[in-house]
Design a protein around this ligand. Structure first.
Ligand code: GFB
Length: 300
């Protein structure tokens, strides 16, 4: 059975390849398996190019798909690029869904995110029925609306074409294959990289010139974090688990904490004293809270 993993060179894609024992080029590190995974990177097929995507899917005839590929980034990348975040993600999702259906793929996992939820929901914690309840946070509305359309289209295909396109909704993911880019990254890799560079500088500076470790915003926003390898395991369990037939969207999350509390955890691991952390409140906090519940998933 052939399984395509789009976004195969991304954080979650690499976690999946480590679990199933294939390297990023799809070479089977173990004996011939029941499942043959292909980890697709943007170099192998430009998912924004409809003709290229239709051709690739038609030539390879996959049986199932795990769709992770997306234009993603942290709060500040989204704030500065909502046009591109919408445009690129809507193209990627439309092309992958159309090609999946036309090439006969009946079952797949499609990745959303908790940040696509309403900025001012009717209640907390939010559940799977609330995705389209009201507008998302303005900071990432481009990405959010593109992903909401992915959920809508999966539902339409499932209803009209009897497919099993299951949307999984993770909270903020982190892990060793994360994007540590100083401008585009999410919160945890962002402070790890920035504080690592600061630490190196401080080592060479005399006490008088040692600088503090800056945490953007007020540190008060609430977030839920999920370790990427745990999410990868869950994706494979849902993809291969018959009990999830007809499940519809499912939230995958953990307990909630503040940005400041998580920053203190990172500081502790990096050997940075809590008193050496300072807040830059000129930077945006983004969404103050986006608490979701995984009650539905727990019932499986
Ligand atoms: O992970 P993050 O960038 O995105 O977290 P969101 C942003 C929060 O962390 C804000 C604070 O409250 C920031 O003020 N923060 C503190 C930092 N220091 C830093 C830093 O160095 N870098 C960054 N990035 N933040 C994202 C969405 O929202 O959620 C994405 O924009 C994505 O679309 C993701 O889906 C799951 O959690 O705010």
């Amino acid at each position: 059975m052939k399984i395509l993993v789009t976004g195969g060179s991304g954080m979650v894609g690499k976690c999946i390849s480590e679990i199933v024992g294939f390297d990023i080029n799809g070479n089977d590190k173990a004996l011939k398996r029941v499942y043959n995974y292909t980890f697709l990177s943007s170099k192998m097929c430009n998912l924004k190019d409809r003709d290229a995507v239709l051709k690739y899917f038609n030539e390879n005839k996959f049986d199932m798909i795990i769709h992770l590929a997306a234009e993603v980034g942290g709060l500040f990348k989204n704030m500065s690029g909502n046009i591109k975040m919408f445009s690129n993600n809507i193209k990627i999702n439309e092309n992958v869904l159309e090609a999946s259906y036309l090439s006969g793929i009946k079952r797949g996992i499609f990745c959303l995110s908790s940040c696509i939820y309403p900025a001012i929901p009717s209640k907390f914690p939010m559940d799977e029925t609330m995705i389209h309840e009201s507008p998302p946070h303005p900071s990432n509305e481009g990405y959010a609306y593109a992903k909401r359309m992915l959920e809508l289209q999966c539902r339409q295909y499932n209803k009209d074409q009897n497919t099993e396109y299951i949307c999984l909704i993770p909270v903020n993911l982190y892990g060793k294959h994360d994007n540590f880019n100083l401008m585009d990254s999410h919160f945890i890799p962002g402070i790890m990289h920035r504080w690592h560079l600061q630490k190196q500088k401080n080592k060479l500076a005399c006490d008088l010139h040692k600088e503090k470790y800056v945490l953007y915003g007020t540190g008060t926003p609430l977030r839920q974090f999920l370790y990427a390898p745990d999410f990868a395991k869950l994706i494979l369990e849902v993809l291969h688990g018959d009990e999830y037939m007809g499940a519809g969207p499912m939230i995958c999350c953990n307990r909630e904490t503040t940005i400041h509390a998580m920053a203190l955890n990172v500081a502790h691991v990096m050997g940075i004293k809590h008193e050496d952390i300072v807040l830059d409140e000129r930077k945006s906090d983004g969404c103050m809270r986006k608490t979701v519940s995984n009650m539905k998933l727990q019932h499986y």
